[in-house]
Design a protein around this ligand. Structure first.
Ligand code: SAM
Ligand code: SF4
Length: 318
């Protein structure tokens, strides 16, 4: 469906839980988050119903995210249900990868197309520090398993953090030398209660281009992708730079977000949310509500002007 600014909105990102088995310093508050009671979270049949309506409005791509989507009980069943719907061309997942070793095969068999895996460092100790206790080996094994079962092309998401991982930029870039893997560097955003932690750790993605000047810009096949893509001269994989702050990509944004507690967000960086859980539970037809949300998707965010998002990233679905 085309919104009022001429963008084709065909991509729905669904957060299936706020919970996570890690505590990344820029994402999860120190004490974790309050566990929502069962009834506050959309049930699988409600998610399916919302997806069907969105498909009727032109959505054909879905991403499952969270919190950590693999901690939601029975997540494989949800993938199975969604993959059976007519009109869906792709179901991807964003995950921290720590539970992928266990679930990758079942996810692939259920119809998951591919995974984005978040990994901010290749060093054991630093991984433990940034995730407050995670084990790097779990992610690396998850990546291997995802490759083995063809949840590909795999994209690695690396949040750039000042005084933490700029010394690893070259190592991450080199992962694309011999493998068809995309490594995407993401600028740190001031979101949720961890805003204070993030504020002086922001590093522009220009840093990547300065550290690896041999990168060559290439055309992305997907114009709605938030990433600008580059390659090493002989590289097999791509380097993506996602610059929500230094260079916003709102004019190509094709996405709508559904939170696990049933709120629709037309823009990640806006505090506006529309509650549709109640409407669904009251048996109302939500088609018109969805139509209006898509139609009136904001033109752009105002993060660079100091706009600040209150909801945690884990609760929005990054
Ligand atoms: N738990 C899954 C994971 O880590 O991939 C999915 C949810 S997580 C919120 C999605 C993505 O958002 C991750 O790549 C994470 O690094 C990124 N993220 C979280 N908080 C962020 C922030 N403040 N700025 C930039 N990226 C952030
Ligand atoms: Fe969990 Fe993902 Fe947030 Fe890290 S970035 S705390 S893995 S939700």
């Amino acid at each position: 469906m085309i919104d009022s600014y001429g963008r084709n909105i065909n991509y729905l990102r669904i957060s299936v839980t706020d919970l996570c088995n890690l505590r990344c310093k820029y994402c999860m508050p120190e004490k974790g988050i309050k566990k929502a009671c069962h009834d506050e979270i959309l049930r699988f049949e409600e998610i399916e119903e919302i997806v069907k309506k969105f498909v009727s409005l032109g959505v054909n791509k879905i991403r499952i995210t969270g919190g950590e989507p693999l901690v939601r009980t029975d997540i494989v069943t949800l993938i199975k249900r969604l993959s059976k719907l007519n009109g869906i061309d792709e179901i991807a997942m964003t995950t921290n990868g720590t539970l992928l070793k266990k679930h990758a095969k079942a996810l692939k068999e259920a119809g998951l197309t591919r995974v984005n895996i978040s990994l901010d460092t290749l060093n054991d100790e630093k991984y433990k520090t940034i995730t407050k206790g995670g084990t790097l080996k779990d992610v690396l094994e998850g990546i291997s398993e995802a490759k083995k079962v063809n949840l590909t092309p795999i994209k690695l998401n690396v949040v750039l953090i000042k005084d933490f991982n700029e010394d690893e930029i070259v190592d991450f870039v080199n992962l694309t030398k011999d493998e068809e893997i995309d490594v995407r560097f993401i600028e740190l955003m001031p979101i949720g209660q961890v805003k204070q932690w993030s504020l002086n750790r922001y590093l522009s993605n220009e840093t990547v281009l300065k550290k690896v000047p041999e990168l060559i810009q290439i055309k992305s096949k997907d114009i709605s992708s938030p990433a600008k893509y580059y390659r090493l001269p002989e590289g097999k994989g791509n380097i993506g730079l996602i610059n929500p702050i230094s260079c916003k990509f709102c004019s190509n944004c094709n996405r709508i977000r559904l939170t696990s507690d049933g709120k629709l967000k037309a823009c990640l960086h806006s505090n506006n949310e529309i509650d549709i859980k109640g409407l669904i539970r009251d048996g109302k037809d939500i088609t018109e509500v969805l139509y209006n949300i898509v139609k009136h998707k904001p033109k752009e965010h105002g993060l660079e002007d100091g706009e600040y998002i209150e909801r945690e990233m884990t609760a929005i679905g990054g």
